[in-house]
Write a protein that binds this ligand. Structure first.
Ligand SMILES: Nc1ncnc2c1ncn2[C@@H]1O[C@H](COP(=O)(O)OP(=O)(O)OP(=O)(O)O)[C@@H](O)[C@H]1O
Ligand SMILES: [Mg+2]
Length: 372
């Protein structure tokens, strides 16, 4: 699939803009703070239903404005699709597919599938479990709108259970009332954990193979889901139900639910040791790159088309062998890359886009053909 164009209205530092992309390589360059990331952020907003860099939709509106729009046109093997996100101070956030408002946010997933890679992704390995859960949930949601809906449902039930823990102070009464929430929570949790485990299983092998390739067989990477035991959703549900009951007293003291998929984690084991603690910065960077390459592979298998690849400020940071690995993986696919400057020159025609103060200029750069 390819993004054909992006149309922006009062989006970040873009007043009004229509930017067309090449179906292959797009090099987006410009000085710091000119709007390169903003441009790819608008693309990602329509793939993920949220910005990859802020949880506050308000930030996306141009300062002083009350309304913003970001629309993308995606070319798929079954035809073109347009996806539009509108954020308005009065009407809130809405999505449209081919100009029709969607009933549920999850309806947009799958129309534009993208792998996004930015320097922030280092956090997936180095920071808290929340970063890793978000990585998994965002990826799986792109492939399955029903998974996204399941997460929403889980969070609602969790909220109710936590409210009960905080507001009912009579323990016997609480024990009576909490059972129904335990049952519902564990039911949904069983499916969530099962889906996450499946995803990690798919990601594991390609990530391991890439890590081996990048480190000339030196580093062995394993990815392990850390959460309730069990193979099937039913088995996982039973495990979670047991833990909820076991931790009841603790949860009362804390005033919130201390077990379940909202507390789970992924462990990256490098040569048998926890990469968060033992891996060097360079190794952590390689793990993230291996993960991103594995994502491309998993997405392509799942949707039967290449996803688009968005590299925000990362390509120039990679050494030439890693650049080549990434480049090869993307044979035939669309890439949007940002950077202040590109020393790398693609060995084929590419579109060079230059961003200055929210205005984009583009020019097709043709590969020089030597005269014989
Ligand atoms: N809501 C907003 N309204 C107006 N301007 C904004 C808004 N949000 C961000 N900006 C402006 O956008 C610019 C940053 O854009 P962006 O992050 O895309 O830069 P960049 O070209 O990717 O830079 P770098 O090379 O440093 O990553 C800044 O000048 C910032 O002030
Ligand atoms: Mg940037």
């Amino acid at each position: 699939m390819q993004v054909k164009w992006v149309k922006l209205k009062n989006f970040r530092n873009y007043n009004e803009a229509v930017v067309e992309f090449s179906p292959r390589i797009n090099l987006i360059s410009g000085q710091n703070g000119q709007g390169k990331t903003n441009l790819v952020e608008a693309v990602m907003l329509n793939a993920l239903s949220k910005s990859p860099r802020t949880a506050h939709d308000e930030d996306l509106k141009m300062q002083g404005e009350t309304h913003t729009e970001a629309e993308v046109c995606v070319s798929r093997n079954y035809g073109d699709v347009t996806i539009k996100c509108v954020i308005d101070s009065e009407c809130g956030k809405k999505f449209f597919i081919n100009s029709n408002e969607v009933k549920k946010v999850s309806d947009i997933f799958g129309s534009l599938v993208a792998v996004y890679f930015s320097p922030n992704d280092l956090k997936i390995v180095s920071e808290s479990p929340a970063e890793r859960r978000d990585f998994m949930d965002t990826d799986i949601s792109q492939l399955s709108g029903s998974y996204y809906n399941l997460l929403q449902r889980y969070n609602k039930i969790l909220f109710q259970r936590n409210r009960l823990l905080k507001t009912v102070h009579d323990k016997t009464l609480l024990a009576d009332q909490i059972d129904i929430w335990n049952e519902q929570l564990a039911s949904v949790a069983g499916y969530i954990v099962k889906t996450r485990k499946n995803f990690i299983e798919k990601l594991k092998e390609p990530a391991k193979a890439t890590m081996k390739y990048m480190t000339k067989e030196a580093d062995n990477l394993d990815i392990i889901y850390v959460g309730a035991q069990g193979e099937t959703a039913e088995e996982i549900k039973a495990e979670i139900l047991k833990s909820l009951k076991f931790n009841f007293e603790k949860d009362i003291e804390l005033g919130y639910t201390s077990v379940g998929p909202h507390r789970d984690d992924i462990k990256f084991a490098l040569n048998g040791k926890d990469a968060k603690v033992f891996a060097s910065q360079g190794q952590q960077r390689s793990i993230v790159l291996a993960l991103k390459l594995a994502e491309i592979e998993v997405f392509e298998k799942e949707i039967g088309e290449k996803p688009i690849l968005v590299l925000d400020d990362v390509f120039s940071e990679l050494d030439s062998s890693r650049q080549k690995k990434l480049y090869d993986k993307f044979e035939g696919g669309q890439v949007l890359m940002t950077g202040t400057m590109f020393r790398f020159k693609p060995a084929e025609d590419y579109l060079a886009l230059t961003v200055k103060n929210g205005v984009v200029k583009s020019k097709i750069t043709q590969k020089k053909v030597k005269n014989s």
